[in-house]
Design a protein around this ligand. Structure first.
Ligand SMILES: C[S@@+](CC[C@H](N)C(=O)[O-])C[C@H]1O[C@@H](n2cnc3c(N)ncnc32)[C@H](O)[C@@H]1O
Length: 242
């Protein structure tokens, strides 16, 4: 099927998936989304912890974690509906009750979740935003940590898995510069034998980078009750290699 038609078919099918939530812009822009504070009760129908995968793409972590942890709820967040379709289709076919997908820009994520509603955040292979002036767009930039702090439970971990050493080092510097506890940090999880069962779940982008021999990095930190985060001095971002 032609790519465009396939996309349209996926968009249409997305509308039929119970696990797929697609707020309109007006439902999240400077306003609280109807499921804010109600995901457990109204969407999952259970009191279990909620875990997010930000920039989930096809949702490999969302689906794999949901399979491994039936007593937790997982929500993949991304703006690209055609990619998310893959995860939502699998979750639907497997009748998974603890996997959901939220199609929205992550810039609006704090319109969607209430204080303490989220237990854990995974950020899997985000765009490293290496071009000059794009630092604020990184999903681990202070601007985004401020949003996460509005709904992540105290002590809730943020996991970042990346192919980009610069983004990894930048994130470590942001964490250190803001005195945030770093619980794990590794710059080559497969080469050093650091990858356990969870870290060995492989996303679409990850497989591509592994095929090119790129080391995969991982850092886990928490926000430690902070609500505001200062920018950090870091290496220039222009003309960088991954
Ligand atoms: C490089 S891909 C990685 C996808 C997947 N995690 C993987 O590893 O295969 C980054 C994903 O983040 C999503 N993304 C980037 N910035 C976003 C934003 N501000 N809001 C929502 N999604 C975003 C993109 O649409 C894309 O699917």
């Amino acid at each position: 099927m032609a790519r465009g038609k396939d996309k349209l078919r996926r968009f249409a099918e997305n509308l039929t998936f119970r696990c797929m939530v697609q707020p309109e812009f007006e439902e999240v822009f400077r306003t609280d989304f109807r499921l804010k504070g109600r995901w457990r009760e109204d969407f999952f129908g259970n009191p279990n912890p909620v875990v997010l995968e930000l920039g989930c793409g096809r949702g490999e972590y969302t689906v794999s974690l949901a399979e491994r942890y039936p007593d937790k709820n997982f929500i993949g967040v991304d703006i690209k509906g055609a990619r998310m379709w893959r995860g939502a289709k699998t979750a639907t076919e497997q009748e998974m009750r603890n996997a959901g997908f939220l199609r929205t820009r992550i810039e609006f994520i704090d319109s969607c979740f209430a204080p303490g509603e989220v237990d854990e955040i995974w950020i899997t292979f985000p765009d490293p935003q290496l071009r000059k002036g794009r630092v604020k767009k990184r999903l681990t930039a202070p601007e985004f940590l401020t949003r996460y702090a509005r709904f992540l439970r105290p002590g809730g971990p943020i996991h970042l898995k990346s192919d980009c050493r610069h983004l990894h080092d930048y994130t470590r510097t942001v964490a250190e510069g803001n005195a945030l506890p770093i619980e794990a940090c590794n710059t080559d999880i497969y080469g050093t034998g650091f990858a356990d069962d969870l870290l060995s779940i492989k996303t679409t982008y990850e497989k591509r980078f592994l095929a090119q021999g790129v080391p995969i990095t991982y850092i886990r930190f928490s926000l430690d009750g902070h609500t505001e985060f200062a920018p950090v001095e870091f290496a220039p971002d222009e003309l960088l290699q991954r």
